[in-house]
Design a protein around this ligand. Structure first.
Ligand SMILES: Cc1cc2nc3c(=O)[nH]c(=O)nc-3n(C[C@H](O)[C@H](O)[C@H](O)COP(=O)(O)O)c2cc1C
Length: 165
């Protein structure tokens, strides 16, 4: 008898927008941290990093967990991330995309609350709820910001591995 042990690969998709590099630096940090942790645990988690402008509906559809990383501009989601939702929301709805677990990191000037709220409203339209409260950071990323994203990434990868999401 041949026993085939099929382990489905779970995908953590990091979608980011960044104009002046802060959110990009945080996204890269999450990407490296998540890959390292998944490799160390020999887990069946694939980690993908996509700029919001380049992220396709298929990539969104195929992902099991989404980490959105974006600035806030004019009390709203910054343009690149909005472009992603503008392009994919209704096609995703028509396709019947499965509810996604997600959370977001917002590095902004002094607020971030509207961006968090807007992402939550949009994702609610796709029957998805945040796995964790948003991590909102201010200004140029420093050691404390990198530590905070490391901790968040570690917790997410751990929870994905354990099947919590
Ligand atoms: C046009 C513009 C509008 C902005 N509006 C806001 C805002 O409404 N609230 C806020 O907290 N920060 C605001 N900011 C600050 C950015 O969110 C902040 O500089 C962020 O860290 C930039 O991230 P990035 O380097 O990844 O592009 C604004 C910045 C720009 C350029």
């Amino acid at each position: 008898m041949v026993i085939v042990d099929v382990v489905r690969m779970l995908t953590l998709l990091i979608i980011f927008h960044s104009q002046s590099g802060r959110n990009e630096a945080l996204a890269l940090r999450c990407y490296e941290k998540a890959k390292q942790q998944a490799a160390e645990a020999e887990s069946a988690i694939g980690v993908k990093l996509r700029r919001a402008f380049d992220c396709s509906l298929d990539e969104f559809n195929d992902a099991d967990f989404i980490l959105f990383i974006t600035p806030e501009n004019f009390a709203a989601i910054a343009g690149g991330m909005k472009d992603f939702f503008d392009r994919t929301f209704y096609p995703a709805e028509r396709l019947g995309v499965q509810a996604k677990s997600y959370c977001c990191i917002i590095d902004c000037g002094n607020d971030g609350s509207q961006t968090a709220l807007q992402i939550e409203k949009i994702m609610k339209g796709l029957h998805s709820t945040p796995a964790q409260p948003p991590l909102i950071l201010y200004g140029e990323p420093n050691e404390a910001s990198f530590q905070a994203v490391d901790e968040l990434t570690e917790a997410l990868v751990c929870a994905i591995e354990m099947g919590v999401y």
